[in-house]
Design a protein around this ligand. Structure first.
Ligand code: SF4
Length: 61
């Protein structure tokens, strides 16, 4: 499993609420750009999926 980001769903105009809830610091955001996921760190907990109101995060595989 891996987390994927659909940047087309992100309005890219605010701090990503999911970045701060990731327990392993796998998410990063540059400015207000769509966040990125480091799938080498990700433990697949699904928190980012629940915290993003726009449905930007999803599971692969
Ligand atoms: S699934 Fe969990 S560990 Fe992985 S990026 Fe999302 S919040 Fe972080």
């Amino acid at each position: 499993m891996a987390i994927n980001v659909d940047a087309s769903l992100c309005p890219q105009n605010h701090p990503c609420p999911s970045v701060n809830v990731c327990p392993v610091d796998a998410l990063s955001q540059s400015g207000y750009a769509a966040p990125t996921v480091d799938n080498d760190k990700c433990i697949d907990c699904g928190k980012c999926i629940r915290y993003c109101p726009m449905g930007v995060f999803g599971k692969n595989g």
